[in-house]
Design a protein around this ligand. Structure first.
Ligand code: NDP
Length: 488
């Protein structure tokens, strides 16, 4: 009896012990998976639909720099352009620190890089990434328009977005006089008085971009000096339409309910506050990294920068790399971003090689379907309306409502949206006629419909009140805007 009790208690202990060990092993496995230690097996990639060797998210210097090396390494390289194709460089004017160029316009750098990677066979997608699913490999990338891609490696080159002040009135008047993009919005402040907030290179750039449109620019600097490059500061000081005020902080944006009328300033030297009447407020106080897509997937520091592993461009998630302003909290230079992009692509190719995969080799056959880039409409088919008279004529002869895409040549988001707008001509051919208007030129339309930024979309029908939106950044949102209008 005692022996059998002893044996059953021993069996119970062994079973309990095994359970503990199993649970411990399972918890280690779960913990490992949570840390992004995915099981990566080349066999899982074979035969996957829309399989890409290297998916680059972002099309600024970091993304395009990565693409050069991805393509040269025989990778099928897809660049998902994002909401601002070409990135922040497309919004700058003269760049005098790009190697090999004395002075070159930011958009020209991007144009040259685009031409180069197109020549090597890069595939561009004019869309934005909605989410990344890194729970299994190859990683699943879902685009805003719902399309899904599978990527063996991902390079995050998503850059950064302008910081906001977080003061009263800033959000209320965003787009109604408060903005962070001089190249996009300068044409809406012709002969107006505007201020630029900040003392860095961006503030100096914004002031120089604005000055040819506006009556006056006041640069508001919170310290007793600017940190912009000395040469940029000299340009500002030499321009009679630009004034610099030091030691001032902006504490509130004031308005009349529909537009900005002034700012509340605090002089931190004399400890006095006063109101400055102003028509436009341009923010240039630095940038925050666009790292949210990797939340919960890879390590991100307290300031939002993606954390790199040692002296590499690897993130903490195997197969995902990063380059440029989204990971660089120190240098933030276009030339460094392009170099980091190159390094990220080299790291990505090494990762693929370590898996036993040689991009472009015939030994491993990877499905290579063409991407259905449904945003790709023919822009040349979009007719231009140049004046109110033109529009009245079209309204008179049109049996359907008219959609107008207000754009400017300099606006990167407009360039991003234009192919999507064109692609809708066929889809809504019976229901809506679509036109574009250059807001920098058609000032009568800009004034008549109170257009304050681009891109702005307006739906209008004869004898009906127009409906406008300046918040549309994707084809999906534009379709919803049109369908909503047609339903009412
Ligand atoms: P920076 O971080 O260089 O400058 C930000 C400016 O905003 C600083 O003057 C800062 O003041 C000020 N600021 C920050 N927060 C506030 C606030 N709450 N209120 C008022 N002022 C504030 O950012 P930039 O965007 O100007 O530049 C980023 C990087 O890009 C830099 O390395 C720059 O050199 C580079 N760049 C290069 C260009 C070119 O070469 N053509 C063009 C544009 C940018 P404070 O000085 O007191 O901290």
């Amino acid at each position: 009896m005692a022996v059998s009790r002893f044996i059953s208690s021993l069996v119970a202990r062994v079973i309990a012990g095994c359970l503990v060990v199993t649970l411990f092993a399972a918890s280690v496995l779960v913990a490992k998976r949570h840390k992004g230690q995915h099981e990566i097996n080349l066999a899982d990639a074979l035969g996957k639909e829309q399989l890409i060797d290297m998916a680059i998210i972002g099309s600024g210097p970091a993304g395009l720099g990565a693409a050069v090396y991805g393509l040269r390494g025989n990778c099928r390289t897809v660049i998902i352009q994002g909401g601002m194709p070409g990135g922040l460089l497309t919004q700058t004017t003269y760049v005098e620190n790009w190697p090999g160029e004395d002075s070159i316009l930011g958009p020209d750098i991007i144009q040259k890089m685009n031409n180069q990677v197109k020549k090597f066979g890069a595939e561009f997608i004019a869309d934005t990434v909605a989410s990344i699913d890194a729970s299994s490999w190859p990683y699943k990338i879902t685009l805003d328009d719902g399309a899904v891609l599978h990527a063996m490696t991902i390079i995050m080159a998503t850059g950064s977005k302008p910081k906001k002040l977080g003061i009263p009135g800033e959000d209320e008047y965003w787009g109604l006089g408060v903005t962070a993009c001089a190249t996009c919005d300068a044409p809406f402040f012709v002969d107006k008085d505007v201020c630029v907030i900040g003392g860095g290179d961006s503030a100096a750039e914004e002031a120089m971009q604005l000055v040819s449109h506006v009556r006056s620019v006041t640069v508001l600097v919170r310290k007793d000096r600017m940190r912009a490059a000395a040469r940029m500061q000299e340009r500002l000081k030499a321009n009679p339409k630009i004034k610099i005020q030091y030691n001032v902080e902006v504490h509130e944006v004031l308005g009349d309910g529909s537009k900005v009328t002034g700012v509340r300033l605090y002089d931190n030297q004399r400890d006095v506050a006063h109101t400055m009447p102003i028509d436009g407020v341009f923010l240039a106080i630095g940038h925050d990294p666009n790292s949210a897509l990797l939340n919960g997937i890879a390590d991100i520091d307290d300031a939002g920068y993606i954390v790199m592993q040692g002296r590499t461009q690897r993130t903490s998630c195997p197969g995902i790399f990063a380059a440029g302003d989204v990971e660089d909290d120190r240098y933030k230079q276009a030339t460094k971003a392009a170099g980091n992009g190159a390094a990220a692509a080299i790291d990505a190719i090494r990762f693929l090689n370590e898996l036993g995969y040689t991009p472009g080799s015939s030994s491993v056959s990877v499905a290579k379907p063409s991407l259905d880039d449904s945003n790709d409409g023919d822009e040349s088919l979009l007719s231009e309306i140049t004046s109110q008279k033109d529009l009245n004529l079209e309204l008179k002869r049109s049996k359907t409502p008219i959609l107008i895409d207000f754009y400017t040549e300099e606006c990167a988001s407009c360039k991003h949206m234009m192919p999507a707008v064109a692609s809708l001509m066929q889809r809504f051919s019976e229901k809506v006629r679509i036109f574009k208007v250059n807001a920098a030129e058609a000032q009568d339309l800009v004034k008549a419909y109170d257009i304050r930024r681009v891109p702005t979309f307006m739906l209008i029908a004869a004898n009906q009140r127009p409906v406008t939106s300046d918040k549309i950044t994707s084809k999906k949102e534009l379709v919803a805007f049109i369908e909503d209008y047609l339903a009412h």
